[in-house]
Design a protein around this ligand. Structure first.
Ligand code: SF4
Length: 396
């Protein structure tokens, strides 16, 4: 399994698979074709269907310039992955290079048939939570000690930088008012600032959590800078909770950074054994994973045992099983923004529930990941980031 660093990528929203991944792919392709005088790109599957609403075109224009030719190809599908892109480079009218690449979620890229992302580097031998718990038990390690044993020495500094980027996006979002516009088709009012004012009056911690999560999700919807945790669409859940603990001075930055790393391990396990892509498994892979990761972070903060952390992460994922991805008109606005705020509170609930228990449970985290993956395969395509099923069907 690779480094927990890969889960947390800082980039432009609103979608890790539709903006961060394509931006990264575009930059690689442009770099390897410095001589080219013209570029084209074809978008397939989910990227073609929701690429406009998810601002894929805007992200690619940022890389190649406004004269890039983009074709939204609704007919070509690859069973390997629903988020395909094919880049073409030309010189003096002649095709000099082409590259088929898949944006698999979380900003990661794979070539057709590849098992691992293109820049995969193995850091952990264990690939399941059961194996990690066993290893930790045999070596008398907590989960955070296990992470420190395997990652580079500066991993805690990395986590603090990521927290800073997350907290910045909360600050930016909570200071803005007005409407979020989706190319004049759908208007949604920003709510974060209002919720923050209400928190200041009431001191209600839950309202602070919601305000923070909304702030990031609203920033993301407008294509602002966020941190994938594990994706852009679900990027509000973790900062929603972690910044609330930081703002209310319940934990230090170092303690919260350790929580973030344990969350990264959970996200890594889901990515390795299942998927964090809404286009592959529906929103259970995005919001469900974010909730699971955040529950693990909370339990790490409260000093829970390895077994209880695994239980909390499992509860949070289990109770999102079957959650569909149905962004209205293809924009990451409805249901995505509210979903971040609700999942942030759910993460705290899942952590509390696990912490109060004696730890016995039948369904393990690994089983929940398997179920999520199987459920995701069984979901009709309409419910996997196409913007044509579920809630999306009822607003034209
Ligand atoms: S519904 Fe969920 S998975 Fe789909 S775009 Fe919104 S946040 Fe992402």
């Amino acid at each position: 399994m690779e480094s927990v660093r890969k889960i947390f990528q800082v980039g432009y929203g609103p979608s890790s698979s539709h903006t961060i991944g394509p931006t990264k792919a575009g930059m690689i392709f442009k770099e390897r074709n410095k001589d080219a005088d013209k570029f084209k790109v074809d978008l397939y599957g989910s990227i073609a269907l929701t690429g406009k609403g998810h601002l894929t075109d805007k992200a690619l224009f940022r890389v190649f310039g406004e004269d890039l030719e983009i074709k939204f190809d609704f007919d070509t599908h690859y069973d390997y992955n629903p988020n395909g892109l094919k880049f073409y480079a030309y010189k003096d009218g002649k095709l000099i290079d082409q590259w088929l690449i898949f944006s698999i979620g979380g900003g990661e890229l794979k070539e057709l048939g590849e098992e691992h992302a293109i820049d995969y580097k193995k850091v952990y031998d264990e690939t399941t939570f059961d194996d990690i718990l066993k290893y930790c038990h045999e070596n008398n390690l907590t989960l955070i000690e296990y992470i420190f044993k395997h990652e580079d020495q500066d991993i805690l500094d990395f986590a603090k930088q990521i927290l800073k980027a997350m907290f910045d996006s909360v600050e930016r979002g909570r200071n803005k008012e007005g409407k979020l516009s989706a190319q004049n088709k759908l208007f949604v009012k920003r709510k974060s600032k209002d919720y923050y004012e209400r928190y200041k009056k009431s001191g209600d911690f839950d309202v602070l959590v919601m305000s923070n999560a909304l702030a990031v999700a609203e920033e993301n919807a407008e294509g602002g800078t966020v941190v994938t945790a594990p994706t852009c669409g679900s990027s509000g859940v973790m900062p929603g909770v972690l910044k609330a603990y930081y703002d209310t001075k319940r934990f230090t930055l170092d303690e919260i950074a350790k929580g973030l790393l344990v969350a990264g391990l959970v996200g890594n396990l889901i990515k390795t054994n299942g998927s964090i892509s809404g286009a592959e498994v529906g929103c259970q892979g995005e919001i469900g994973s974010a909730c699971s990761m955040t529950a693990a972070a909370v339990l790490q903060l409260f000093g829970a045992s390895n077994d209880i952390i695994e239980y909390g992460a499992e509860i949070a994922l289990e109770h999102h099983l079957g959650l569909t991805c149905d962004p209205v008109l293809g924009y990451v606005l409805i249901p995505c923004i509210e979903r971040n705020a609700i999942a942030a509170l759910r993460a705290i609930d899942a952590a509390k529930y696990a912490h109060l228990s004696d730890g016995t449970h039948y369904i393990t985290f690994d089983m929940a990941v398997k179920s999520m993956t199987e459920t995701g395969k069984d979901l009709k395509d309409e419910y996997k980031e196409t913007g044509i099923g579920g809630l999306a069907k009822h607003i034209k």
